[in-house]
Design a protein around this ligand. Structure first.
Ligand SMILES: Nc1ncnc2c1ncn2[C@@H]1O[C@H](COP(=O)(O)OP(=O)(O)OP(=O)(O)O)[C@@H](O)[C@H]1O
Ligand SMILES: [Mg+2]
Length: 228
């Protein structure tokens, strides 16, 4: 990443977008110190420098992290997965009842082992688990990736409710409805460089950004989608 200057204010939702391979996951992982180390520059969260902290310390400082690969505990049930996190003295907006209310499907399936859940159910579980730490900032890496449309809608609905409860979010995702419904601001990156930062309306007004940087290729060129 080069010259990236990313800011998420309290209660704000910022979407980090860019083509495949642009560096979204790398950025997110550098922020939460997930195997990618920051060699220059700084990452600050509520006045605290996160660079070189172990990942568990980053999470403890009030950041929820939902990684691209979800990382639910495969051999544990939903209820057991959700009994792991602790919110360590912060406001307790999200307890078990609150996350079950947010994701009714998880309540329904609470005794089911995580490795037999669908991708969407695992995504809900991963989000629910990070919410139980009652984060001030939730970072989600491509939450809609590989989800069925109906599940994507449920995840978007949950993110909108989280936003209404004042949870700030940094969401790396290309999904246009998600961006439109959730984002206050968008940051566009390309090959590790920032190319645009502004509101969704400003991005909509910038035809060059849409044309040059937002071509998303999924597996085969014929499935390319142009984001407008
Ligand atoms: N462990 C690694 N070692 C070397 N290069 C890597 C590694 N992980 C990613 N890269 C490269 O870094 C660049 C950015 O990748 P990254 O996964 O951050 O992009 P992305 O925007 O999240 O892409 P996608 O939309 O496919 O998830 C790519 O060119 C990728 O090939
Ligand atoms: Mg990625």
């Amino acid at each position: 990443m080069h010259g990236l200057d990313l800011e998420v204010r309290e209660g704000e939702v910022v979407c980090l977008i860019g083509r495949n391979g642009a560096g979204k996951t790398s950025t997110v992982r550098a922020i939460v110190q997930d195997e990618i180390r920051v060699t220059r520059g700084s990452v600050e969260f509520m006045g605290k420098n996160l660079v070189n902290l172990p990942r568990r310390e980053v999470i403890r400082s009030g950041i929820g992290y939902v990684p691209e690969d979800r990382r639910v505990f495969a051999s544990l049930t939903i209820a057991e997965n959700l009994s792991v996190p602790r919110s360590r003295g912060r406001s307790r907006i999200f307890d078990m009842d609150a996350v079950y209310e947010l994701f009714l499907k998880l309540k329904e399936l609470h005794g089911r082992q995580a490795d037999v859940l669908s991708g969407g159910e695992q995504q809900m579980l991963s989000i629910a688990r990070s919410l139980l730490t009652n984060p001030k900032l939730l970072i989600l890496d491509e939450p809609h990736e590989r989800l069925a449309p109906v599940v994507t809608q449920q995840v978007i609905a949950a993110l909108i409710r989280l936003k209404s409860k004042g949870v700030a979010m940094l969401i790396s995702d290309q999904h246009v409805p998600l961006i439109r419904e959730c984002a206050d601001c968008v940051d566009v990156i390309d090959r590790g460089h920032p190319v645009f930062c502004g509101t969704v309306a400003e991005r909509d007004g910038n035809a060059e950004i849409a044309r040059k940087y937002l071509m998303v290729t999924r597996h085969t060129p014929s499935e390319s989608t142009h984001i407008t």
